[in-house]
Design a protein around this ligand. Sequence first.
Ligand SMILES: [Zn+2]
Length: 274
Amino acid sequence: MAIELYFAMMALIVASVVFWVWLLPKWRLQRAIKMPFPDEWEKTLSRNNTAYQRLSPAQQSELQHLIKIFLHNKHFVGCDGLVISDEIRLTVAAEACLLLLNRVTSVYGKLRYIYVYPSPYVAPHQELGEGGVVSHQMQGRAGESWQSDKVVLAWDEALHGVRNFDDGRNLILHEFAHQLDQESGSANGAPLMEKASSYRSWARVLSQEYETLQEDMVRGHSTLLDHYGATNPAEFFAVVTETFYEQPEQMAQQHPALFKQLVGYYKVDPREWQ
Ligand SMILES: [Zn+2]
């Protein structure tokens, strides 16, 4: 009898763990996905997200699906007194999910928190100098992407980037490109690819373009790609993502090989939205 009771208790514990850890979260997510996309949300996107307005109805519908998953799984935290509104949540979610259209995705599966400041903020910064000496200083920032589980954004800069979708500068696209890059385990400009065979051409084209940008910067040449992309390969990937979505015609003309790699990775051609 005692053994029967023991097994009954064990079965009950296993069943409750399965329910709370697996079934209930899954059921809640499905319920969130099935909810109709509110008209107010649609109005907010139409007002703020220039890219959303240019998508086909099928793409808008796919983006809405991704937004629901994103908003269900991520927690927004207001910093320096900023109150998180539906407008902030939606605007960030829509722009972040633009990078996921047409792709197999976990919708930034590792990301849990999005910290939003009203405007650029100051954060402690460590720099490794000559002789291995580490210097500590405060640095002004508009955004950050952490490999662990968080993204940090300055709301005014984020909104400016979303509303001005043709100047090649977009903070949300930049930081969430870093998130995609970090999914591979390190931020190195080589995000996860569907096919292992894609890495060779990706590495060849991007490293060539990266070196060219570094040379152009040293010579003081003006370039379509922001010189900030010459900082390191991770920043290069984030910067070319911004240009790819916001200035695709120019990129296709001036950097055709790079453009082709990005079409292959992102599985969209933003020239259709111009
Ligand atoms: Zn960056």
